[in-house]
Design a protein around this ligand. Structure first.
Ligand code: NCD
Ligand code: ZN
Ligand code: ZN
Length: 427
């Protein structure tokens, strides 16, 4: 055995004091006692699966002043995430085979963690779906206009879903109906206007259209960042090939007075009322929601520091997502079991990768957690290029040590591997 890691392991739904045996980056044995060439005992500390984030915008290529694959993957690593899936709204957009290969090659040289890449579907590239499906981790469709989004005409929705079904890959949706958004569009002066002029009815309508268009198809459909009680209510009746995700910002924040710099909270779909926030958090607790996804969408402070209507939508979150929820699990706001399903098991299974679980045959991706190690989120200590967070001063528990494929990638607050350690997976 190359390596044995011992501690309080989250194994098959409960904590057990045991050893994990690792060979060639994979978990090969889990037993009370194991011996290996190298044995690390973490004592009473928790060993949990590392997180998988199916929704990040690492801005690379084209907007590397906001983030790049090196800074984005560093942030993810410090936040206990072993694998991210990058969205196609880069410059150029990831909508041709060439752009897809270029992104995979370049990210492969820069990334500290494993990664996948989505191909964007537009009204014009449906004929490429079959080929894109062979090389990409999955597809992304924007049904409403958002920051740098790709245009897709919903009249082609059924055709696209049909073609994507043949590839066997999942398709992720930004679900806000464009016609509806146009109808309500108005000049926005502050954060409550953003919520009013991008109402939840547009999200609800779009979710309804996706569910209807995928009737009798087996295509794997995922609805990203559900933001409203109404949207989630509609998803309660969904067929089993449809999954949905909620972000930390939609489930932990709501629009209120004195939020500070309101443009920092401008995001699509919008952060809404405390009622929406609570229904989304309940959805996380009761299993209606399948995953927590960060929608890490960094913009610089200068870009955000303009009048509300001109400010770009999007906020960072890949580094703070797991630590925020680990703190909530410690405080028993939700169970470790739910947390690990939402953060690790379900996202990995949606993307069809052997991660997110401490079990035989899975990648040896773990976080080592000391539950006494509470801290406050401070943006200057985060690793995204943008250096701000809507969760400033929130309590969190960051991992002490992070392993990917049996290698320590974070220890003593330092990155332990070289750029390019991350592998392209999920294709
Ligand atoms: C995202 C971005 O900036 O790329 N913005 C956002 O408000 N969430 C795009 C998106 O996911 O909608
Ligand atoms: Zn989106
Ligand atoms: Zn997004």
């Amino acid at each position: 055995m190359d390596l044995v890691v011992e501690g309080k392991v989250y194994y098959r739904g409960a904590f057990e004091n045991c050893c994990i045996g690792i060979e060639n980056g994979k978990i090969v044995e889990i037993k009370k006692i194991l011996t290996g060439d190298n044995h690390i005992n973490f004592g009473k500390k928790l060993i949990l699966p590392a997180g998988v984030d199916i929704h990040v915008h690492f801005r690379d290529p084209g907007m590397t002043h906001k983030e790049d694959f090196s800074s984005g993957s560093t942030a993810a690593a410090y936040g206990g995430i072993s694998c991210v899936f990058d969205m196609p709204n880069t410059i150029p957009q990831t909508i041709t085979l060439e752009n897809l290969s270029d992104k995979i090659d370049s990210a492969g040289n820069k990334s500290y963690i494993d990664f996948g890449v989505f191909a964007g579907v537009t009204s014009e590239n449906l004929s490429l779906i079959e080929k894109l499906g062979k090389k990409s981790s999955g597809f992304k469709i924007y049904l409403g206009n958002t920051t740098l989004s790709l245009f897709f005409d919903k009249l082609k929705l059924r055709e696209a879903l049909d073609l994507i079904g043949i590839t066997g890959k999942p398709v992720l949706f930004h679900a806000e109906d464009e016609e509806c958004l146009i109808k309500f569009k108005n000049k926005e002066v502050g954060i409550s206007d953003h919520m009013r002029f991008r109402p939840s009815s547009c999200e609800e309508l779009s979710i309804k259209e996706i569910i209807e268009s995928s009737k009798n198809l087996t295509t794997r459909v995922h609805i990203c960042h559900v933001s409203s009680c109404e949207g989630l209510e509609f998803l309660k009746k969904r067929p089993s090939n449809i999954t949905c995700g909620v972000t930390p910002h939609h489930s932990l924040l709501n629009v209120k007075k004195n939020m500070g710099s309101e443009t920092l909270f401008k995001v699509n779909p919008p952060i809404r009322t405390s009622f929406d926030k609570e229904s989304l958090f309940n959805g996380l607790k009761n299993g209606v929601v399948n995953v927590i996804e960060s929608d890490h969408a960094p913009h610089t402070q200068d870009e955000k520091n303009v009048d509300f209507d001109s400010a770009p939508s999007g906020l960072p979150g890949v580094e703070t997502m797991y630590p925020l929820f680990l703190y909530l699990a410690k405080k028993q706001v939700l169970t470790f079991q739910r947390l690990i399903s939402l953060m690790c098991v379900n996202p990995a299974s949606i993307m069809g990768i052997q991660k997110g679980k401490i079990d035989i045959g899975y990648d040896a991706d773990f976080v080592i957690i000391d539950l006494n190690n509470e801290s406050r989120i401070k943006s200057e200590r985060l690793h995204s290029k943008c250096k701000w967070s809507v969760f400033e001063d929130w309590p969190a528990i960051f991992p002490d040590t992070v392993f990917i494929r049996g290698e320590k990638i974070i220890q003593d607050d330092e990155i332990q591997v070289k750029q390019g350690f991350g592998n392209y997976i999920g294709a």
